[in-house]
Design a protein around this ligand. Structure first.
Ligand code: F6R
Length: 243
């Protein structure tokens, strides 16, 4: 595992965006696994800047987002589909139909999960998977406990996560959907390169659990220790307990 600790969060974002940009340039048909959340906003801003400067071309790219809230349509401003358009897809030349987010309003959610797994497989699999980490130790929305061989499925969100994500919902955890669709831990582990990024002292304890604690399905992020190609990018604050 390659662990990079930067002095400042902006440097962590720069390093992360640099690795994603290299992945996009490394192939005419890169397949990216993408995440949402506060951490990713600055990273997408940097990628958009590189695109606008003519340094990046998304025309051959395919992407798969990790997760989506159940019950929120792509038009809902709190959906992850909307987040991705707002922060990345609307600003770069990602081809229509190649930027995939699970459909949180599919009539048959289990069928949607199976479809998502199938289109990831059909794409040849994810090359680089971007990951954040939640307070519960989730990657994607794999709340504790999540089997390490779990696949894309419907999950119930932990109360801790609903509180963590309530900022988009008027700071009211009760308004955060109770369920989500998420790639499974097993799905995530099949990506060829995992890139986990965390900044701020609020992430220090869970980063220490993820990197040093017992490997356990109660902390999904510990599963990345089974993978042989992992990059973790932290700022000093997020690394403060681990280091
Ligand atoms: C979101 C996702 C989550 C977030 C995590 C951290 O697509 O997969 O695992 O990465 O909850 O979120 P922030 O960055 O808001 O702290």
């Amino acid at each position: 595992m390659n662990i990079i600790v930067t002095d400042h969060p902006d440097q962590a974002f720069q390093r992360t965006a640099g690795i994603i940009a290299d992945e996009i340039r490394s192939s005419s048909t890169p397949v990216l696994g993408l995440a949402t959340g506060r951490t990713m906003e600055s990273i997408y801003r940097l990628l958009v800047q590189q695109y606008e400067a003519g340094m990046l071309d998304f025309s051959g790219a395919t992407s798969f987002n990790l997760d989506e809230y159940v019950g929120l349509s792509a038009a809902d401003p709190n959906s992850y589909s909307h987040y991705m358009r707002e922060h990345l897809f609307a600003h770069v030349n990602m081809p229509d139909g190649k930027a995939h987010v699970p459909d949180g309003v599919a009539a048959d959610l289990d069928a949607e999960c199976a479809r998502y797994e199938a289109i990831i497989r059909a794409s040849g699999g994810i090359g680089l998977q971007l990951l954040g980490i939640g307070e519960t130790g989730h990657i994607g929305f794999n709340e504790p406990p999540s089997a390490f061989d779990s696949r894309t499925r419907v999950v119930h969100l932990d109360e801790v996560t609903r509180r963590q994500n309530s900022g988009m919902f008027g700071n009211d955890p009760e308004r955060v959907p109770e369920r989500a669709l998420t790639m499974g831990v097993g799905t995530i582990l099949e990506a060829r390169h995992l890139l986990l990024v965390a900044v701020g002292d609020g992430k220090a304890a869970i980063i220490n659990d993820a990197l040093n604690g017992p490997i356990s399905e109660d902390v999904s992020a510990t599963a990345i220790r089974f993978h042989d190609n992992v990059t973790v990018i932290l700022d000093r604050a997020a690394a403060s307990i681990w280091a």
